[in-house]
Design a protein around this ligand. Structure first.
Ligand code: ADE
Length: 337
């Protein structure tokens, strides 16, 4: 069950809830992570203890929140969902923590956006289940200590490097990295989603959507729905490859899954900065995108494809990027890759 209170968000709606796997068997991929989690859960259950705190990291849309839900379900416990930026004040965190029941899971998304003050309060809460709050100011200030019920923090971040090391070290249950999915896994996810949504789809369409889905379930599900809309408007009973291709072309998603902004970032590095290296701030200014958006949304996939590289002096477009955009390649010697 998922509860809400003022600072506890309503659920992440970006992944259609009907498509979210409800049991482990439905969760495709991330096999190593799943195996580790299952052992952790079973061992804790056998001992009758809550599981230790967990951290999930990796690019957006790969299923970090879904995994947390599955853990809560397996443990038949309540999960409260919030996020780093939603916890602004110490009082926000105090309210969340004091409302937990024994065995609850607290899920904090975007954990890299927790502010320092909040982190300081979290440490003792995680380690000794005590909440230390300072009341008043100056000479009359005093600290009160509240005992918290045994609970498990499951935190997720797309930017593990931004988490302070004291916070990172508190995840005694483990830190798990979620990777991009394989094309085969994405195909299975699309097939499953199509079944749930009642979409008649053929293998050609599944393959086409999978190829352009950035190896990311959230993207695959979004593209599937847009392709379904397209076929429906065209009064087609079957979503076949032709409809999928036309729907994806209309969305300007190319054969490598790149969208307009991805291509614009590559074009900018190549045209304005001679292929790089170019610093992140300069690139952000030249593309009118936020630095954080480039780093969190666009770069992970461009790097996964080997289209850009991060070097100490900045971002560099690789030979593959030139080839993909059909750009003439400068002298070979200027390439890193
Ligand atoms: N939907 C989103 N992520 C999924 C996954 N890993 N397996 C199955 N369906 C999903």
């Amino acid at each position: 069950m998922v509860l809400t209170d003022p600072k506890i968000q309503s659920e992440d709606r970006s992944l259609d809830l009907t498509l979210r796997p409800q049991v482990w068997a439905e969760y495709i991929g991330q096999e190593a992570v799943k195996k580790n989690l299952k052992i952790l859960i079973q061992a804790a259950q056998e001992r009758g203890e809550p599981i230790e705190h967990l951290l999930f990291y990796g690019p957006a849309g790969l299923g970090k929140t879904t995994l947390a839900h599955l853990i809560a379900k397996e443990l038949r416990t309540q999960m409260k969902v919030t996020s780093g930026p939603a916890i602004e004040r110490v009082g926000d965190l105090a309210s969340i923590l004091t409302n937990l029941s024994a065995g609850d899971i607290l899920f904090i998304d975007e954990a890299h956006r927790l502010n320092k003050l909040i982190e300081e309060i979290l440490y003792p809460a995680l380690e000794s289940r005590s909440l230390d709050i300072v009341i008043g100011k100056g000479p009359s200030a005093r600290t009160i200590q509240l005992d918290l019920p045994p609970f498990t923090l499951v935190a997720a971040t797309t930017r593990i490097a931004l988490l302070s090391s004291p916070l990172r070290s508190r995840f005694s249950g483990g830190t798990f990295r979620l990777d991009f999915y394989s094309e085969e896994e994405i195909k299975k996810i699309i097939e499953r989603s199509a079944k749930i949504l009642g979409i008649e789809i053929d293998n050609g369409a599944i393959e086409e959507i999978a190829k352009r889905s950035r190896f990311t379930p959230r993207v695959a599900n979004r593209l599937l729905k847009r392709a379904r809309d397209f076929a429906q408007v065209e009064k087609a009973a079957l979503l076949n490859k032709d409809f999928a291709v036309r729907a994806l072309e209309l969305l300007e998603i190319d054969l490598a899954g790149l969208e307009n902004t991805d291509r614009m970032i590559l074009e900018t590095i190549i045209s304005k900065f001679g292929g790089g290296p170019v610093g992140l701030s300069t690139l952000a200014a030249a593309t009118s995108e936020e630095k954080e958006t480039i780093e969190e949304v666009y770069e992970p996939y461009l790097m996964q494809l080997g289209f850009i590289e991060r070097t100490p002096r900045g971002r560099v477009a690789t030979r593959r990027a030139y080839e993909h955009l059909g750009r003439p390649r400068p002298a070979e010697s200027s390439f890193l890759a």
